[in-house]
Design a protein around this ligand. Sequence first.
Ligand SMILES: Nc1nc2c(ncn2[C@@H]2O[C@H](COP(=O)(O)OP(=O)(O)OP(=O)(O)O)[C@@H](O)[C@H]2O)c(=O)[nH]1
Ligand SMILES: [Mg+2]
Length: 341
Amino acid sequence: MTSDGIAVQTGAPATPRGRRGRRSVDVPALVERARDGDARSVARLISLVEDASPALREVAAALAPHTGGAQVLGLTGSPGVGKSTTTTALVRALRQAGKRVGVLAVDPSSPFSGGALLGDRVRMQDHAGDDAVFIRSMASRGHLGGLSWATPQALRVLDAAGCDVVLVETVGVGQSELEIASLADTTLVLVAPGMGDGIQAAKAGILEVADVFVVNKADRDGAQQAVRDLRYMQSLGGRYSEPGGWRPPIVKTVASRESENGIDEVLVRVEEHRVWLESSGEGHRRRAERAAREIEAIALAALRERIGDLRGTTALGALAEQVVAGESDPYRAADELVAQL
Ligand SMILES: Nc1nc2c(ncn2[C@@H]2O[C@H](COP(=O)(O)OP(=O)(O)OP(=O)(O)O)[C@@H](O)[C@H]2O)c(=O)[nH]1
Ligand SMILES: [Mg+2]
């Protein structure tokens, strides 16, 4: 299998879902080809996990021995702050350093992918023809928990496919930045001058998730003020004051520039953070926490499904009758129901 060309993928299935569901999948072969860098196989595997295909369990099991090597960088920030531009610049710099790079552009608001991120995809095609970059747009399908379902599995695919670094871009709205932080080894929070982003960041709890602050659009007025705002907010304490703790550095960038754009310094800070994660044990703690959340999400989904199955069953009906008759209360009945699962 060759690894020709970049794969710019949307979440839109290449074949109708019904048909794909029935077609049998040679998972070991697919994983083997993905590990050789075959972009189509990587895309297929991500589709399988994204669609919760019947082969999902087999895929997860086949990927597991090959994961753990990728460094995951999360990028978040308000709409239009320059996340995609920064991602593109980071990909360029990482490629120059000889790294294999994966990009997941996650749209937390849309149940469909490909639409809102169209502009990103076009811009990302800067890297077209590069066989060591894999780019995928995905929606988080609007399920409970936002990013928590498909994104970690897609990360595993890119990890197993040998990406040294995976960049995950998501718009910082609502809970998504907190979720991205739980997925990433290092979270970059982007702000731009004059957007009141510093204040917004403090409100949204973004300060707590940032490992590196990036003040992008530093070619505009107010960049230094944005840096000062962030410094001031850091000075108010929080986790930064702990001894041996990590104090998120603040880097100014002009991501839209080809060179002297500050991106190299971002990568230096990311590397420093990686070293700190390793030496402090925080890196391992984060990964274990991430795995625990994944297991929890899968287990909760399974439980929800089983509880759903109980609707209209005699067990639930009988318990309901007891509650109506005052022979039991809903809490005791729920305990009994759970015990029966
Ligand atoms: N002046 C200036 N413009 C920039 C810079 N970086 C990005 N832009 C511009 O800002 C606009 C938004 O950039 P994007 O990279 O699409 O921002 P984004 O955060 O990915 O946007 P969403 O994905 O829609 O949330 C584009 O027109 C970019 O060209 C910069 O450093 N300076
Ligand atoms: Mg974008």
